[in-house]
Design a protein around this ligand. Structure first.
Ligand code: C6P
Length: 404
């Protein structure tokens, strides 16, 4: 059992008012709030530990390097990768996918195929389209049904001997759907394709074990899992990273350089050109330790209870339609109120101190599927309570009355 009040105490931002009301923060899918231990770890680094890594022989630099490499080990344990050589620090999920598209992309031939799904975030669509236009690869889309569930049976028809990669979201940011990714991995591997899982939304809400999932790539963003912005992880199987060419050149990713040729560094440094986001990695490791201490099963259970409560209460509001009714969902609820624009709803709700997102959620094809310009989205973090949901419901009702 989680002691939510004790957890809430650890988030300074949750103690403040917004428009004269205690803040109800329901936009954790966009970015989660940060516990004080994460804020302190970053401050401590800059106040007491700051030096560049992998470069100095003096004590301060050695300690910064130890912290940075310690953070890599923490993230390895967090997602149960086999080795720290498989943990590449990047800016976030977006950069991780772009890295794979650029690097793996160089190994692909015209006519090779990549499968994505209809419920992808733009960051798992656009890099592949760019590669399609540059390299002549074929991009296929696995459809979803009107509940917002992937139509897995269609995957068999899409996989061919030319499929090189299946790249799908673990949990949808727009619908909340948790996809059957282990099954997708099994099917893709049987066809000889690699699998990339976009874990930007899954990682904050549930335990993730990349070896159990069997995926070849897994990407995550630190800021959605209670860590800082500007840092994330690309997990990739070591054998794959060995085959893949580096995507950015510069310091730290080399072993030796002459004007004639360059020998690249070992993994994972081959993929980390330039001075990394040291403070970010340290803050992210603190966030991962914090989540592990709270317990990821417990986080999932708490948010599932809130999700069920919110779903039940929202359903009682006349004219409100929930978008995304998959049988397996994480803490995200998208909805529309017939006749009220989502942006107007969210603007009015802000006046009540309720922070929700109204947008296409960077998943325009999902909106196109439901023939909508946007939805209102309430997304949960471990710090949310039943009272937050009650405030959400009251605020939706008030906004609806004002607009209709
Ligand atoms: N979704 C949301 O409000 P970055 O921006 O690189 O940290 O994460 C990108 C990303 C990738 N995949 C999924 C499933 C995501 O949800 C996101 C970010 C935010 O839903 C901002 S659009």
């Amino acid at each position: 059992m989680i002691d939510i009040q004790a957890i809430r105490q650890q988030f300074p931002i949750l103690q403040q008012n917004e428009n004269g009301h205690p803040l109800v923060y329901l936009d954790s899918a966009a970015t989660a709030q940060k516990p004080v231990c994460v804020i302190d770890a970053i401050t401590r680094y800059y106040r007491e530990q700051n030096a560049n890594v992998h470069r100095g022989v003096y004590g301060l630099s050695e300690r910064a390097t130890e912290l940075y490499e310690g953070a890599r080990e923490t993230l390895r344990a967090f997602i149960n990768a086999a080795s720290t050589r498989e943990i590449v620090f990047v800016r976030g999920a977006t950069e991780a996918i772009n890295l794979v598209a650029h690097s793996l992309g160089r190994l692909l031939q015209p006519g090779d195929e990549i499968i994505i799904s209809e419920m992808e975030h733009h960051s798992n669509i656009v890099p592949w389209q760019m590669l399609r236009d540059e390299k002549g690869i074929v991009l296929k889309v696995l459809p979803m049904n009107d509940q917002g569930e992937l139509m897995l049976e269609a995957l068999d028809g899409l996989l061919t001997e030319r499929t090189r990669l299946v790249s799908v979201v673990h949990m949808s940011n727009a619908l909340g759907t948790i996809n059957p990714v282990a099954e997708i991995v099994t099917k893709a591997h049987a066809a000889g394709a690699k699998v990339l899982l976009d874990g930007a939304q899954a990682v904050p809400h549930m335990p993730v074990d990349v070896q159990a999932l069997g995926c070849d790539f897994y990407v995550l963003s630190g800021h959605k899992m209670y860590g800082p912005t500007g840092i994330g992880v690309l997990y990739a199987k070591e054998a794959l990273l060995e085959q893949m060419p580096p995507w950015q050149g510069g310091g730290d990713m080399i072993y030796s350089v002459t004007f004639e040729q360059t020998e690249y560094n070992v993994l994972p440094y081959k993929f980390e050109a330039g001075t990394p986001h040291i403070a970010g990695a340290i803050g992210l490791a603190e966030a991962a330790r914090w989540m592990m201490a709270v317990g990821r099963e417990a986080i999932f259970d708490h948010e599932s209870t809130l999700l069920a409560y919110a779903t039940e209460r929202l359903r009682t509001i006349e004219g409100l339609r929930i978008i995304g009714t998959a049988s397996k969902k994480g803490g995200v609820i998208s909805f529309i109120v017939e006749g009220a624009h989502p942006h107007d709803m969210a603007t009015l709700m802000d006046q009540d101190g309720v922070a929700v997102r109204a947008s296409h959620h960077c998943a325009m094809p999902v909106m196109q599927h439901f023939n909508l310009p946007a939805t209102v989205r309430a997304s949960l973090g471990v710090y949310n309570t039943q009272r937050d949901i009650d405030r959400l419901i009251a605020s939706v009702q008030e906004a609806k009355e004002m607009l209709l």
